[in-house]
Design a protein around this ligand. Structure first.
Ligand SMILES: [Fe+2]
Ligand SMILES: [Fe+2]
Length: 257
């Protein structure tokens, strides 16, 4: 099956480019996963954004450290397993950290998210959380893990930890697409799938305010960048629960490609 993973959708420009891409290309994929933690102006996701993505053909939306920035997400997570938060939150956290769905091919696919702990909030162990999810699953089934983490090392070690046991380990959160896509023992991997939004920005926010914060230590409020947006994603070809290939996607293609 062919799976599309869309990187962190950032604010209105990110939503627009993702919806435009899916309008023309959704039928090329058997299953679509999107990270939506920044859909609402950079901070979380609302019911409206979630519904727009679902209507456009996104099967599952994953969250991240911004997952609960909008209170509506807490309600949504209780209502639907199609909004997946990190599996390594403490027991009792609303929502699910993994859920299994049926792709267009009729095959089963499980989507998992784990969140890193290096340079991020302290959570439960993401490695053991991933192990716990896999314990209950048949080995030949497709499993895509969104590793939402800051440190490249932690993401790559997650690949090593899960290689041969899942279909893909896809990095999110740092918002800049990395060029290190690979397949290790049947597990597709990229350190960061990139952000879907305005690339000429401070990882989604306008330069001016972030510059003032860095250079003059002014308490300027972040504002989402406006302008030309690009969808960043990864296309996975899966067979019998293992990856045959991973291809990075940027749409529209940057000038010069
Ligand atoms: Fe993000
Ligand atoms: Fe994040």
């Amino acid at each position: 099956m062919r799976v599309l993973f869309i990187g962190d959708i950032f604010s209105t420009p990110g939503m627009k480019v993702v919806l435009a891409y899916l309008q023309g290309s959704r039928q090329e994929y058997d299953f679509v996963i999107a990270n939506g933690e920044n859909a609402a102006g950079g901070f979380g996701i609302t019911r409206k954004h979630f519904q727009q993505l679902r209507q456009a053909g996104v099967d599952v939306v994953t969250l991240g450290n911004h997952g609960w920035d909008q209170a509506e997400a807490l309600e949504l997570a209780e209502e639907t397993p199609r909004l997946v938060r990190a599996a390594n939150y403490p027991p009792g956290t609303p929502g699910v950290g993994a859920a299994t769905f049926e792709a267009r091919t009729g095959e089963r696919i499980t989507v998992v998210q784990v969140m890193g702990r290096v340079f991020m909030d302290a959570l439960d162990d993401p490695f053991r959380a991933a192990d716990a999810v896999l314990e209950g699953l048949p080995g030949e089934q497709a499993v895509v893990v969104d590793v939402h983490a800051e440190a490249t090392s932690e993401k790559k070690v997650m690949l090593y930890h899960l290689a041969g046991r899942v279909s893909a380990v896809i990095g999110t959160h740092t918002h800049v697409q990395t060029a290190d896509e690979t397949v290790m023992r049947g597990t597709a991997y990229v350190t960061d799938v990139g952000m879907s939004g305005v690339q000429a920005s401070s990882i989604g926010m306008g330069f001016e305010e972030v510059h003032a914060r860095f250079v003059h230590k002014l308490p300027r409020r972040y504002r989402p960048a406006q302008g030309r947006a690009t969808l960043c994603g990864a296309v996975l070809e899966l067979e019998g629960g293992r990856a045959r290939s991973i291809r990075r996607l940027r749409w529209p293609a940057p000038e010069g490609d």
